[in-house]
Design a binder for this molecule. Sequence first.
Ligand SMILES: [Zn+2]
Length: 209
Amino acid sequence: MRISEFISDFGYLNIRICFFMIIKKLVVGQLQTNCYVLISGATAAVIDPGDEAQKIAETIAGTGAVVEYIINTHNHFDHVGGNAELKSKFGAKILIHGRDAGGRIFADVPLKEGDILDIGDDRLRVIETPGHTAGSVCLSGADFVISGDTLFADGFGRTDLPGGSNSDMAMSLEKIDRVIPEGVTVYPGHGDIFKYRKGMALAWLDYLG
Ligand SMILES: [Zn+2]
């Protein structure tokens, strides 16, 4: 559980805004994908349910929250594999970037840069970060970022699959470093959760020619 608190002081008037979002990490499937269940108030969202939909559903059922959204950071099977089963179970909307939707990848709501998603009392902002796929996104919250397969603790997502691009990835890593503040918690699509330090994403540019 994470609790973050922002305090603004306007003279004698003390305004305190509390963000309260619970983020549960579940590692699912053969490629050990990180699926995240976000809960704010009575509302839940599932990020990247790549596999093991039953396990994810049980985790959510235990919280009593209502699932409004299934959000995919991109369209690879290890991130979307559980979409259909969870949608039929919870009636939630599937959200994925428009460029990664189509064919067998279904979107109720195609995402784009700057979209704001309300989840209970919290909000996620969509940041387009193409490179791993053409429609890869990061999702920015109050003091955290969900980075999909764009940025990991020890590297960046591969660019040699369909829709991948070295030059797009380089621009996305530069963008991440511009827009992500120092110290936010990064929840990647695989591997360990980590704290962002300025310059971290730029360290990989040399590998992208
Ligand atoms: Zn991927």
